[in-house]
Design a protein. Structure first.
Length: 224
């Protein structure tokens, strides 16, 4: 239930910002829950009289952060990476440049979810230094991808399935964004970075892969 000071529940905000009923879109609901868990958007919890569970409310001050996070999640499936876009300007610009290469002027990608008229403005703002928690990104979608790719296949993964040709650096980054850390790691081991940003990403992928292996080993040990 919303209250008079502008606080709304996640479902109310989705209805207000995107004209969607959250309960009808499980994939979007799951992704929004993960975004909130990753603290991309700050929330408040209140216990209403007669209830045993906490009610989550999102303040009006988080409107831009929430809207931008949902839009970015349309491109970037991993909420933790969306959070990093908000907090790491260099990472944000690297991701923006990759998205420009994938989508801007690419006639192979005729997906109905893309609103071409707003896409350039979206990329321009993402490549700026504007505070994503204070400035609203244009909506580059006719339809939110989270309501279309609702079987665990993100828009980025669909691009990979379409076989779009990419350079080594872009392919490495895209595999990383779509959660295919094994393929990203294979490319990272062969890749010769020509910029500081590309080298940092390469090192990040190798580090994440080692951590994933260590977790898998420890998990197997405790399960045996």
């Amino acid at each position: 239930m919303s209250v008079d000071n502008g606080e709304r529940s996640p479902a109310e905000w989705v209805a207000h910002l995107f004209k969607l009923k959250l309960s009808q879109h499980k994939y979007l609901k799951d992704k929004l829950t993960s975004l909130l868990r990753n603290r991309v958007v700050l929330t408040k919890e209140i216990l209403e009289p007669g209830r045993k569970t906490m009610n989550i409310l999102i303040p009006e001050s988080q409107r831009c952060a929430l809207r931008n996070a949902v839009l970015l999640n349309g491109f970037i499936d991993d909420p933790a990476k969306v959070n990093r876009v908000f907090n790491d300007i260099n990472y944000r610009h690297d991701i923006a440049n990759l998205l420009v290469k994938l989508f801007a002027g690419n006639n192979e990608l005729t997906d109905i979810t893309i609103a071409r008229t707003s896409l350039d403005s979206f990329f321009t703002m993402l490549l700026s230094n504007d505070d994503l928690k204070a400035v609203q990104l244009p909506n580059p979608f006719n339809v939110l991808p989270q309501t279309v790719y609702n079987q665990g296949v993100s828009m980025m993964q669909s691009i990979m399935l379409k076989g779009v040709t990419l350079g080594e650096a872009d392919a490495m980054a895209l595999y990383y964004l779509t959660g295919d850390i094994e393929r990203a790691h294979t490319l990272a081991l062969k890749f010769k970075a020509k910029s500081e940003g590309a080298e940092l990403l390469r090192q990040k992928i190798i580090s994440d892969y080692k951590q994933a292996l260590n977790f898998q080993k420890n998990f197997s040990f405790f399960m045996n």
